[in-house]
Structure formats: C-alpha cells, structure tokens
Write a protein that binds this ligand. Sequence first.
Ligand code: MLT
Length: 311
Amino acid sequence: MAKPVVLIAEQLSPATVEALGPDFDVRSVDGTDRPALLSALADANAVLIRSATQIDEEALAAAPSLKVVARAGVGLDNVDIKAATEAGVMVVNAPTSNIISAAELTIGHILSLARHIPAAHASLAAGEWKRSKYTGTELFEKTVGIIGLGRIGALITARLQAFGVEVIAYDPYVTPARAQQLGVRLVTLDELLEQSDFITIHMPKTPETTGMISTAQLARMKSTAYIVNVARGGLIDEEALAEALAAGTIAGAGLDVFSSEPPTDTALLGLPNVVVTPHLGASTDEAQEKAGVSVAKSVRLALEGELVPDA
Ligand code: MLT
C-alpha cells in the first residue's frame, strides 16, 4: 500500500522528518512558489508549514486528499481555518514551541533600541569611533508596556523584571489576579501608551487587532518612547509608524515582522531610528526542533486516525 504523503512546504528542523519516522512519503516544496505548492498539494495527505505558506481556500481546493495542515509555530493567520474546517481538514500548531525564542528576541530588540547596538556596530565597522553619538538609555526604573499578556508576554515580563523595570500591561482577557501573580499592573491601552518608555506588542493578528496601533495611538506615546513588534506584521500600521518615526514624535521602533514579508514597499527600512530583523522570532535551533517534533507527532496521530491532544 502506498504510504501517506506528507508535504513539507517550508524549511523545518531535520528533527521533524526524524519524528515522522519511516511510515510516510515525505516530500518537499517551496510553499511560496504558488504553482508548485498547488501542484504538490494534489496528492498530499498532510502539509507542514511555517508562516510564509498561505493555506487558503484555493490551496485547500487543490488538495482533495488533505487531512491535516500542521503549522510549526504559534500563529495560524496564514491558514484559513474556516475553509479547512468546512473541507474536513484538521489544523494543528505548536503553540508553546517558540515562545521562549520570541521572548528573548523581544528583549534583544528592546536592548538594541535602548543602546543603539545595530547602528553603533555599523558605524564602527565602517571605521568610525563615535562614542557620544550612541549614548543610550538604561532600562532600570523605566516602564515597559506589554500589549497582550499571554504566554510570550508573561515570559518577557519575568525577563524584564530582572532589569528593575516596572511592567504594565493591557490585556482585556487577563484577570487582575493573574496580573498580580506576574507582578504586572493592568492598565487601559491609552494609559499604557502614555506611561511606557518601551512598548512591546504580543497579540494574534485578527481583523480586530490589525492596525490597532495607528496614528491616534502613536500620538499618545512619549517622544522618548520606543515600540517593538515581534508578533505579527500589521498590528502596528506601518505608514502611521513611519510618519511618527520620521517626525520624531516617538524615539524608535524594533520590528521583526511586516505586513508583507519580505517587506519591499515600506519607508520603515530606511529610517535611522528603526532596528529590523527578518521574522526571526522563532528562528532558533531549540524552537525549530520543538516545533518540528511537535507537529510531526500531531501529523502522525492525525494520519493514523488517532485523537490529537492539545499541545
Ligand atoms: C510563529 O507564528 O510561531 C512564527 O511566526 C513561526 C515562524 O517563524 O514561521
């Protein structure tokens, strides 16, 4: 009997294939090459993706034998869950696989902004020696505002508290008891924007959260404040952000994610007070291994007709 076909549509840890074992016909395709993806989906029973492959209605229609879409990571915004459910296709992810990596990159962005590390590096590498130009700011006794106090927000909180900062958060779904347990003061979004020296956003991307930080919200920030987005492109309106940065109404931004990836048509990349990374939040050996093994196990169970437990 032919083995079930598992299609890997993005670069995943080698541990993924090991965890799948010998019972599957494992194939690869570049999920961003749309015609290749659609044709490879024709006989796939499972497809494994990260954030670059769009599994939408068209992709699902091209995959008549598909039983499971496995997202090696947290976010599911590149999968049309409604269309998948209607087509009887299970969608699984690895919701805790990369939360530590995402939290650590967030701290990296905050420190990069506070101490101008990327710009200072570029300057010295170009032969300059400009010590006063790159005078920074301490985190100690500053206020950090976290928008979205879920798993990643909580990990960031614990790490930031070691710096002696006050952490405040906006999250309508978090109880005061949970916030108290984390040592976080819950505030409204407006209060967070007005009081924070550093702001970091950790929300899923939905129609409600897209553009939730735009001109009006940026206008509430201190002119000395920095904002970081390691979550999803588009949570912060990029045009509004570029305007605020260019006008100097906020001090700077650290961005790992963009509304369109790779970002091509954005003023943000050319601004001196912006630190950018190419969607690296989950890109560590540890996170990739955890994500790959987790989704491989879910795919095995799903294709064997077993119950897939919540990760
Ligand atoms: C996630 O949602 O977990 C990440 O964006 C995964 C990725 O880097 O592809």
